[in-house]
Design a protein around this ligand. Structure first.
Ligand code: GLU
Length: 482
């Protein structure tokens, strides 16, 4: 049977890094096995699901290059399927209505707490008589539907990441709720809950492998029982390790990131991020660190997914991002930088300024870690004026610097060439009998307000092409007291 996997996000928030990483693993596995990758939107939680989150999830996956072969399917459009399954489970004695009220359930929990028992439903409505049911209905109680879970049974599966997993039925919290009755619709079992809907969908969509985060392990035990009750084949399961913060806790909003959008805004690029996410819990056989999704797909085996949690490492992600930016053709890098520059309000004409923008991109590329560095480092070329750093101010306060800058400033003319720039520097060095280093460093301060930066002559040429060199050098030389 051909492989079919899915990513099944709930649209109750933006595309989160954990979900995206699960999507990466599913995508890689599908590609490796020449199978299908399906997108299913689990939107049965009507209160928390929002269409803007669905859009964010779709655009995030697309941006990452995780294209899906089928879907998106929406659970809210498939309610009949779940209702049929619930009816089947009731008819065959696997499920039953439970009329417990919230206060009754609360009381049950309190008692369990008082005797140091784990909270669980005590299956008290499992064997209601027809009279009892009639009485509860007459009282206007709305039932939930519970699926029977026998305490004595063991649920065992061979997890493709974790090996043999064994769950005791008694550790699953008693008979589980699989559907609620919505207030407005007492004729049906209404709202199916996650475990039921997921199993019905995975059966209906012929999912062969369920690859998801290890926080779903207890759900898997429950879901296996549902597969069996529904007479379906149980798929293979692979539980991937959680992404942890530097303290070893599950990565959360407090760690400064939530969604893939956040990473994009921070200046990470999609191939670097997918590369990094792949390394979060998976090691390629050749131990390569930099690879495309396509090349990872050729060697992606679930057996190589680690069991231990994967620590999120900002330095590593930064390093990977910089490697991608440094090795990218200028044309491609420019197209990535343009939206950031536009957002920063920098003025330029992508047509007329094309060559200048390309040269600027080539100049800045080696020092970029994130695309946002292009905004910071590029400011100098788009925004008039100069801020002089204190160490730079100190440097140009030394003897000779002011005169050098005045002389260079007076020689700035439009149409400066590489040879012309070199000639000016040489002439000024000779004229004032100073070291070339003094001229170069003073000139850098004059052009940029700083002592360090990218290639000086290229910087000068680019500023000259925008008519920004002369006034800037003059501003700096005027700021130096005699
Ligand atoms: N909607 C679930 C989630 O977002 C899907 C889990 C699963 O893959 O079954 O966590």
């Amino acid at each position: 049977m051909s492989v079919r996997v899915r990513i099944a996000p709930s649209p109750t928030g933006n595309l989160h890094i954990g979900t995206a990483r699960t999507a990466v693993f599913n995508w890689l596995f599908a590609r490796n096995q020449e199978g299908k990758f399906i997108l299913r939107v689990e939107d049965t939680d009507l209160e928390r699901s929002k269409s803007e989150y669905t859009e964010n999830i779709k655009s995030g996956l697309t941006w990452l290059g995780l294209t899906w072969d089928e879907g998106p399917f929406f659970q809210t459009q498939r309610l009949d399927l779940y209702r049929d399954a619930i009816q089947k489970l009731i008819d065959q004695g696997f499920a039953y209505p439970c009329y417990c009220t919230p206060p009754e359930l609360e009381q049950m929990r309190e008692k369990q707490k008082a005797t140091n028992q784990a909270p669980r439903y005590d299956n008290r409505h499992r064997n209601l008589t027809a009279e009892e049911i009639a009485q509860f209905e007459a009282d206007g109680r709305k039932p939930v539907i519970r699926f029977k879970i026998d305490d004595e049974q063991k649920i065992v599966w061979n997890d493709l990441v974790r090996g043999k997993v064994v769950w005791q039925g008694s550790d699953l919290g008693g008979d589980m709720v699989i559907a609620r009755t919505p207030e407005q619709d007492s004729e049906t079992f209404g709202q199916p809950l996650y475990n039921l809907a997921v199993v019905v969908d995975d059966i209906d969509m012929d999912i062969t492998h369920v690859i998801r985060g290890e926080d779903h392990i207890a759900n898997t035990a429950k879901q296996i029982l549902l597969y069996e009750a529904l007479g379906a084949n149980v798929p293979e399961f692979a539980h991937t390790p959680l992404i942890l913060n530097t303290e070893g806790k599950k990565l959360s909003k407090r760690d400064g990131v939530t969604s893939i959008d956040d990473f994009r805004k921070m200046g990470f690029i999609a191939p670097a991020l997918t590369n990094y996410m792949t390394l979060l819990g998976w090691t390629p056989p050749d131990a390569q660190e930099i690879f495309t999704l396509d090349s990872a797909a050729t060697q992606f085996y679930l057996e190589r997914v680690n069991k231990a949690g994967a620590k999120f490492d900002w330095d590593k992600l930064d390093w990977l991002n910089s490697q991608y930016l440094h090795s990218m053709p200028s044309d491609d890098l420019l197209s990535l930088l343009i939206p950031y520059w536009q957002e920063a309000g920098y003025q330029f004409d992508t047509g007329a300024d094309k060559q200048w923008l390309l040269d600027l991109t080539t100049l800045l590329a080696p020092s970029l870690t994130r695309l946002t560095d292009g905004v910071k480092d590029g400011a100098l070329f788009f925004v008039d004026g100069v801020t002089i750093a204190s160490d730079a101010q100190e440097f140009v306060a030394q003897d000779g610097a002011k005169a050098v800058l005045e002389s260079v400033g007076s020689q700035c003319e439009s149409g400066l060439t590489l040879d012309g720039a070199k000639a000016i520097i040489k002439a000024v060095t000779k004229e004032f009998k100073v070291k070339k280093g003094l001229v170069m460093r003073s000139l850098r301060v004059g052009l940029t307000g700083a002592l360090h930066g990218p290639d000086l002559i290229q910087t000068w040429l680019l500023l000259n092409q925008k008519g920004m060199d002369k006034t800037r050098i003059e501003t700096v030389s005027n700021s130096i007291s005699n």
